[in-house]
Design a protein around this ligand. Structure first.
Ligand code: SAM
Length: 251
């Protein structure tokens, strides 16, 4: 059974969503998430040829590790150093060779979205930012996709606010697939999916519930072109902190 990505505070009340609040969430529990890759990522990326992937808001790294296992070279970025440290330690313990394919990067993707079209896959799974920060975030994620590459944005859909078992999130943090797709110029993008997908999950008491994911899958027009950073990216691993330009991501 899948999980719900609650982002409530330790007291069960949605608190802040800045860096310190996220650090605190991760510090107060040894594991926030299940350790399994997200189902929408698995469904969409399983059919893609591996290349360079950006996991935006990677949390404890289950998606990054799964992608690395499928041959992707992954830049896994998150606001919270506590999450990144945990993710890196778990990946190294699970499979050192796969861990070598992942670069862990501390970055505030709302403040400074990635720059440069360096990734064949940009995946943001349940990266819920406040409404005013989302246009820049979504535009930055889209700009990071290489020609021919795929943008995958998944979040909890606002319709779950009405249900008893839905995610504990502030209403203004939720978005629809249409909002995620709104900034994509049809001349540059083919939207493959912009829809709401129901999913079976367990609520926080273990009860089965149906939740709804907002899912955007879009492909950037143009064929993949090898960039000068390709050669660099083959030797990339470890962790970094700072901005996320295509060049940085390839280190
Ligand atoms: C709900 S969790 C999802 C984690 C992971 N994608 C998953 O599905 O397991 C959201 C993640 O986004 C990160 N995050 C929140 N705001 C961020 C920002 N402005 N920049 C980068 N990461 C951010 C949080 O630290 C957290 O790890």
């Amino acid at each position: 059974m899948d999980e719900i990505k609650d982002i409530d505070g330790p007291a069960g009340v949605a608190a802040g969503f800045d860096r310190e609040a996220w650090e605190e969430r991760y510090r107060t529990r040894s594991a926030l998430w299940s350790g399994r890759p997200n189902p929408q990522l698995v469904a969409e990326a399983a059919v893609l040829a591996p290349g360079r992937a950006l996991d935006a808001g990677c949390g404890e790294g289950a998606d990054a590790l799964w992608l690395a296992g499928r041959g992707w070279r992954v830049t896994a970025a998150d606001l919270a150093a506590t999450a990144l440290d945990r993710a890196a330690a778990r990946a190294a313990a699970a499979d050192p060779q796969l861990a070598d394919r992942i670069t862990w990067l501390r970055a505030d993707l709302g403040e400074r979205p990635p720059a440069g079209a360096g990734f064949e896959l940009v995946s943001a799974q349940y990266l819920h930012l406040p409404v005013e920060a989302r246009p820049a975030l979504f535009a930055g994620l889209a700009a990071a996709v290489a020609p021919g590459g795929t943008l995958l944005i998944v979040g909890h859909h606002p319709r779950d606010l009405a249900g008893g078992g839905g995610p504990r999130l502030l209403p203004e943090m939720l978005f629809t697939p249409e909002e995620a797709a709104a900034g994509l110029d049809p001349a540059d993008w083919q939207v493959r999916t912009a829809r709401t997908r129901p999913r079976r999950a367990e609520d926080r008491t273990g009860r089965p519930v149906t939740v709804h994911d907002a899912v955007l899958v879009a492909v950037r027009r143009g064929s993949a072109v090898a960039s000068p950073s390709d050669a660099l990216s083959d030797s990339a691993s470890g962790s970094a902190s700072g901005s996320l330009s295509g060049k940085d991501a390839a280190r």
